[in-house]
Design a protein around this ligand. Structure first.
Ligand code: SME
Length: 161
């Protein structure tokens, strides 16, 4: 296993994902524990991009429950349809929020959060099993490039669900 994440400076967003993806892939090779794999993945994303918060919530009964994350402390439970995460779960689709103040019902876990992307993760039965949530302290940090690569990265976890 690699001991240090390689993060080259002055890369474009896409170049950074291309640098990180094989490292995250390698980190998860041979590890079949969901929490262990997710924990390193969240760290690699947090320190690869310098975002405010990167983490997952698991679908448990009728709520989202906080899972492995990197960043400030966060809300532990979110109801179906509530906030950006609960809405992505309910709609079963990714949501990009350029300015969280403009998103109706955004849940403020940390006042420094300005923009956000949430990606639902489906189990083998096509049900949402968890969501990936990334927060930035800058407005308009996420676009379709993030959606594409974050979806690919979190997909590495699906066999462990
Ligand atoms: N802002 C999110 C809540 C989760 S945190 O940002 C970690 C939301 O509205 O769902």
């Amino acid at each position: 296993m690699a001991e240090e994440l390689i993060v080259t400076s002055n890369l474009t967003k896409e170049e950074r994902y291309k640098e990180l993806y094989p490292q995250i892939f390698a980190l998860n090779q041979g590890e079949d524990d969901l929490i262990a794999s997710l924990s390193n993945m969240m760290s690699a994303l947090k320190y690869g991009f310098g975002w405010l918060w990167v983490g997952v919530y698991f679908v448990k009964n009728s709520e989202l429950v906080l899972g492995p994350f990197q960043g400030p402390i966060a809300c532990t439970r979110i109801q179906l349809g509530r906030g950006v995460s609960g809405t992505a779960w309910y709609k079963k689709e990714a949501i990009i929020v350029e300015d969280v103040d403009q998103f109706p019902d955004h849940i403020i876990c940390n006042a420094a959060s300005k923009s956000e992307i949430v990606i639902p993760v489906f189990n083998k039965n096509g049900e949402v099993a968890m969501i990936l949530d990334v927060d930035s302290d800058k407005l308009n940090s996420f676009n379709e490039i993030d959606q594409k690569y974050l979806t690919q990265i979190i997909q590495l976890i699906v066999p462990l669900l």
